[in-house]
Write a protein that binds this ligand. Structure first.
Ligand SMILES: [Zn+2]
Length: 342
């Protein structure tokens, strides 16, 4: 899948120079005057050169009254009408859905060739029931459950407010430009979660895995291929080609993205029990990089949107006390929970 995507991008870039060579050859051959043909050729070089280096930008969607909707807004900037959530609008663009459908069609062809199509379809069916899981540390969850419930801190507003410190690792210092490329201007309004089949999240972000209630997020949530830092390494930014299409999807289409992305990991012998670890790669070291499909939730997250918590409690009296104190609070919000040993 990845190879064909790269090949398509490469051929798009090469179109400019091929056309230029052909056109120059025709002009030089057909024109009676060498000077005239040189002048014409230089104009052609300029215009084709500009074409080759400009990016095809899809038109902005429009509100019901026909006003263009900038990428990052939730209200029309002319008439104030609600225009939905930026990430959902972005994923719904024709360029995105067509490219994703093409990736899935290619994935099905590859799966048919290796005899794993039935298992790929079973995986897709399982992912239709997948959940968004946010991982947090104890102090963050405790704060959210206090009073009538406090809002979860989104990463960027928390960093800007001095409430959270980016870690000195290979990802955090590069997060801003990479998230901005994937979710231009609106990235700081997103909560980031992982797509999960077993309600386990990414331990690196905290030992409390919080499953979000689907009905509270479905309309404002999208999924993205992988960690944007990794993605942008695979598809470096360039003015001469658009951001690759087909690597994001609406919440409702999340299984399409998962099937397209992970077809190569599903064999004819893959059992249902293996699906969860294929969707969200587990690592024994909590700080190791694990591959997963990123979930982007636009807007606030309140404990009323929590469904279930898996708590990994260390063998420590104080931590156990904190956890015991948290249980009735979780119950008061109607959140089920379970405890696993650290
Ligand atoms: Zn409008």
């Amino acid at each position: 899948m990845r190879t064909s995507g790269t090949a398509r991008n490469a051929s798009r870039e090469e179109v400019g120079s091929d056309e230029l060579d052909r056109s120059l050859a025709q002009l030089t051959w057909a024109s009676p005057s060498a000077n005239q043909s040189r002048i014409a050729a230089s104009f052609l070089i300029m215009s084709l050169g500009m074409l080759a280096h400009s990016t095809a930008i899809p038109p902005l969607p429009k509100c019901e009254l026909g006003h263009e909707i900038p990428a990052h807004v939730t209200l029309c900037i002319v008439c104030g009408a609600h225009v939905g959530f930026p990430n959902v609008r972005y994923a719904a663009r024709k360029e995105e859905t067509e490219a994703l459908d093409k990736r899935l069609a290619d994935a099905r062809i590859s799966a048919t060739a290796k005899g794993s199509l039935d298992r790929l379809e079973a995986f897709g069916k399982a992912v239709d029931g997948s959940k968004a899981v946010v991982s947090r540390f104890r102090a963050d969850l405790d704060a959210m459950l206090s009073g009538g419930g406090k809002l979860m801190q989104a990463y960027y507003p928390a960093v800007r407010a001095g409430l959270r410190v980016p870690q000195n690792n290979e990802f955090d210092p590069a997060r801003d430009p990479n998230d901005a490329r994937v979710s231009p201007v609106f990235y700081d309004s997103l909560h980031f979660a992982a797509l999960s089949l077993d309600r386990l999240g990414v331990p690196h972000y905290g030992n409390f895995a919080i499953t979000l209630r689907e009905e509270m997020i479905a309309k404002r949530t999208t999924v993205f291929e992988e960690n944007p830092v990794k993605f942008n390494e695979r598809f470096p930014a360039s003015r001469s080609r658009p951001f690759p299409y087909g690597y994001r999807a609406s919440w409702q289409d999340r299984s399409t993205l998962a099937m397209a992305k992970l077809q190569h990991k599903i064999e004819a012998s893959t059992a249902d029990a293996e699906f969860a670890d294929i969707l969200l790669e587990k690592q024994s070291d909590p700080n190791a990089f694990s591959d997963f499909i990123e979930v982007h939730v636009y807007g606030p997250i309140h404990p009323g949107a929590f469904e279930h918590v898996i708590a990994e409690i260390p063998d420590d009296d104080l931590e156990k006390l904190f956890w015991d104190r948290m249980k009735p609070k979780l119950e008061s919000f109607g959140v089920s929970f379970e405890e696993v040993g650290a």
